[in-house]
Ligand binder design. Structure first.
Ligand SMILES: Nc1ncnc2c1ncn2[C@@H]1O[C@H](COP(=O)(O)OP(=O)(O)O)[C@@H](O)[C@H]1O
Ligand SMILES: [Mg+2]
Length: 246
């Protein structure tokens, strides 16, 4: 679904991603882990065409988007849904308007739109919240609405940036099982960025560890636990200390 080849990205003179090479398979849950500032969110923004690399190739379902124009990126962005860390809901729009946002320019009847919104909300196990405002929702519900908005456009892949950050352990678990459930039911490819080691291991088919803009490990969770790479070991034991340890 995604191929990155020798991808470099810099901003303000800092090299944020260094020669990233990575393949993410159709239908898998691929988790990208790493400390805060490692470059995880930057990878998601590249996969979605929100930013462009300085060099290297980025293939989305076989199409190179590394030099695509804004117009060429339109169809790509429809294939790739994004769930932002902050949920990024529009505070002045209702839940239904948020979830239906992808169709705002489409010719679609009101009842058809309401049906699509309802279906997307049902998939994240929410009902009767269409007329609520984001401010009336709990943190976990906001995340679900963000998720419903992403799946509403029937993407082939969903990118999740820190889907469990700021949630209590029980709500985090619910969101993680929802990610797994949606991956299977919608047959999508899921790319999940997180620094939550336990959560990552629960849902990942494969895991990558990013360290200061470089991929230092790719494999299954079991392979990661066996890896004889000092930086991987210290990440797993929380030896790096940042964000209160792992
Ligand atoms: N547009 C940008 N301009 C300047 N610095 C940026 C930009 N985007 C990201 N960075 C920097 O790149 C590094 C990686 O950022 P990010 O991808 O958000 O890391 P992560 O998601 O792993 O915490 C950070 O040091 C961040 O400050
Ligand atoms: Mg981030």
């Amino acid at each position: 679904m995604f191929v990155l080849k020798d991808v470099c990205f810099s901003a303000d003179g800092n090299q944020i991603l260094k020669q990233i090479t990575l393949s993410i398979n159709h239908g898998e849950i691929f988790v990208i882990m790493g400390l805060s500032g490692a470059g995880k969110s930057t990878i998601l923004r590249l996969l979605n065409g929100l930013i462009r690399p300085d060099s290297g190739l980025i293939l989305v379902d076989g199409t190179d988007i590394s030099k695509a124009t804004e117009k060429e990126l339109g169809p790509i962005r429809r294939k790739v849904g994004m769930v932002f860390q902050s949920s990024a809901l529009f505070d002045s729009l209702t839940v239904a308007e948020n979830v239906g946002f992808a169709w705002r320019n489409d010719r679609i009847s009101k009842s058809e739109l309401a049906q699509k919104v309802k279906e997307a909300l049902a998939l994240v196990r929410l009902a009767d919240v269409e007329s609520k405002m984001p401010a009336e929702l709990s943190g976990g519900m906001k995340k679900r609405v963000g998720l419903a908005r992403a799946i509403a456009m029937q993407p082939q892949a969903i990118l999740y940036d820190e889907p469990t950050s700021g949630l209590d352990p029980m709500t985090s678990n619910t969101i993680l099982s929802l990610i797994r459930d949606l991956n299977e039911r919608l047959q999508v490819t899921s790319v999940v960025v997180t620094h939550d080691l336990e959560g990552a291991f629960k849902i990942a088919d494969r895991v990558a560890l990013l360290h200061e803009g470089e991929i230092i490990f790719v494999g299954t969770a079991a392979e990661m636990e066996q890896a004889q790479i000092p930086l991987v070991k210290s990440f797993l034991t929380g030896g790096q200390g940042e964000q209160g340890g792992y």
